[in-house]
Ligand binder design. Structure first.
Ligand code: HEC
Ligand code: HEC
Length: 186
């Protein structure tokens, strides 16, 4: 504890000296909330949130590596997006593409993104978050009846059906509630 305070104090002093308030906010967040670092950076791009959150929850770019977003987010691929037409105009696509690439799992220091980057390192780009080994492993004990057989979930793709803070990038087990199965973890 003493050590942590002294690091923070030293940092505050350095930051006061260099006078960079935005950096100060990022750094104090990184140092003082290790819990958040464990999670995934929430979506903070309006176009992405609006366009990619209209049919399903807006998956954080940190849930897939760069090579996956490169495949998913082309004009061609979006015309045949999992059986749906998710076409975008060229300007919007560029904003969304750049945003996803810049925040992909392999560019993030958040632990869950690191794990996803590692799990997808030497394999062909997955087109689904639910195909990533790390994500599969975290869910393999949940019986099918609680997912596919559950009218309020339907598939593992609907992260926010069970992860009550998924839109904040928080997937911690304390925040999970499986609809219709209040006692799933007994
Ligand atoms: C017109 C509706 C629609 C829009 C708009 C849309 N999607 Fe999808 N998306 C789908 C459907 C349908 C699925 C498949 C869901 C399933 O298998 O249950 C899907 C699946 C996905 C998956 C895989 C989820 C998994 O199973 O792990 C990703 C990633 C994804 N979409 C990203 C995006 C992004 C990024 C955008 C914005 C450019 C977007 N989607 C816009 C309909 C849409
Ligand atoms: C049917 C409900 C359900 C759906 C849908 C679901 N999850 Fe989960 N998720 C769980 C449960 C239950 C756990 C395990 C909690 C535990 O470890 O006891 C879990 C665990 C996790 C963990 C690990 C948490 C930890 O603390 O180790 C991550 C990360 C995660 N889910 C991400 C996702 C993502 C991303 C999606 C969507 C692509 C998703 N989940 C969809 C129920 C769900």
């Amino acid at each position: 504890m003493i050590k942590r305070i002294s690091v923070a104090t030293a940092l505050a002093a350095t930051l006061a000296f260099t006078n960079t308030p935005i950096l100060a906010e990022d750094l104090s967040e990184a140092i003082l909330s290790p819990f958040r670092q464990k999670e995934i950076v929430p979506v903070d791009n309006k176009q992405y949130k609006d366009e990619c959150g209209s049919c399903h929850f807006a998956y954080q770019p940190g849930l897939l590596p760069t090579k996956s977003w490169e495949k998913l987010l082309t004009a061609e691929a979006l015309k045949k997006h999992f059986g749906e037409n998710a076409e975008l105009d060229a300007d919007t696509l560029k904003i969304i593409y750049d945003y996803a690439i810049a925040n992909a799992a392999d560019k993030s220091y958040h632990k869950r993104s690191r794990k996803i980057a590692l799990a997808t390192e030497n394999i062909e780009a997955p087109l689904r978050v639910t195909e990533v080994r790390y994500i599969k492993r975290k869910h393999h004990e949940i019986p099918d009846k609680m997912i596919k057989g559950n009218k309020d979930v339907k598939s593992l793709s609907y992260c926010d059906a069970c992860h009550t803070q998924a839109n904040k990038g928080v997937y911690d087990e304390d925040t999970v509630k499986i609809p219709n199965y209040p006692d799933w973890d007994d």
